[in-house]
Write a protein that binds this ligand. Sequence first.
Ligand SMILES: Nc1ncnc2c1ncn2[C@@H]1O[C@H](COP(=O)(O)OP(=O)(O)O)[C@@H](O)[C@H]1O
Ligand SMILES: [Mg+2]
Length: 369
Amino acid sequence: MAPDRETEPYIGLMSGTSTDGVDGVLADLGGGSIRVLASAGLALPDGLRHELLALNAPGPDELARAARAANALADCYAAVTHDLLARAGLPASGVRAIGAHGQTVRHAPESGYTLQINAPARLAERTGIAVVADFRSRDVAAGGQGAPLVPAFHAARFGCGAGRAVLNLGGIANLTVLEDPVRGFDTGPANMLMDAWVLKHLGLPYDRDGAWAAQGRCHDGLLAALLAEPWFGLAPPKSTGRDLFSPAWLDGRLAALPAGDRPAPADVQATLLRLSADTIAGAVRRHAPGTREILACGGGARNPVFMDALARALPCRLTTTDAYGVPAQDVEALAFAWLAQAHLRGRPACLPAVTGARHATIAGCLYPA
Ligand SMILES: Nc1ncnc2c1ncn2[C@@H]1O[C@H](COP(=O)(O)OP(=O)(O)O)[C@@H](O)[C@H]1O
Ligand SMILES: [Mg+2]
């Protein structure tokens, strides 16, 4: 495809809290269109994945380790970028900018910071393309949560006013209520606790198709203990991450159960799946009661057991973004392509109604080509 005056190719690169890999899209954002031209993904190499997960907690020599991990992550981003260019048949010079999220290793907006490790200068150097990165910190500086970042994009792509909401099922679940004004917030864990539990007990990065959870039974005592977490009762705006919903959070609640009533590992997995489904459904009931249809996206949309549990728990219809023309796996990466364009155009994309900031801000920081 040769670039012409009409097309405005942007690349979006996302690596979310699941720490599973990089999702990328090359999209045409010219003339108000939002169209995926190519998508590509890369699983993080095991060593980098473990290091990024380890960097979520304090540890020795963490500054130098974070710098090295950031460089390795930027090299993965560059590999996905080159893959996208090859798939679309575009030269690097045809792309306006890359939006690269980086890897969140701390998220503490209430303490005034959120930290995505990334090496945008290295990515610009390796690709010859301008990079927009560090999308969250300006909103946090303005008193916001710095999250979720995607609602403005969801509104632009899926429209407002038809009783729809977008539900991203990554490590964390976040909901965008497509009303005017658009709202959005995190509901709690989606896959993160399930991933950690299956890694601990079966050595697998995730419970493919929910097969292990399907073998277990939800443990009511554990579910009640998990649901007692005060964060679930907070009103939006709110966001969360590994800082709260960590394996230690789960272990603490398991240890507090009566000794004779400890669930088997598969039952814990089934309970975690129910926790995710029930907290999402509860958030829809409480904070988005006008929702008639939910469009799911992210990796959790590929887990049929999770989707079944959600469909049962939700008070409305459930489908995926595929039904509206965007593959569920591409939505988040496409959002970062769109956010890069919003940055270059000086368009504020962090919405105060979503993040709780004092005012709207332009997301990101530019590293020229
Ligand atoms: N076939 C599948 N079965 C079950 N879970 C899946 C499947 N495919 C992806 N997932 C889940 O989705 C997660 C990745 O989702 P993703 O949208 O990339 O999240 P994030 O943005 O947090 O990285 C995986 O860690 C896994 O839990
Ligand atoms: Mg991911």
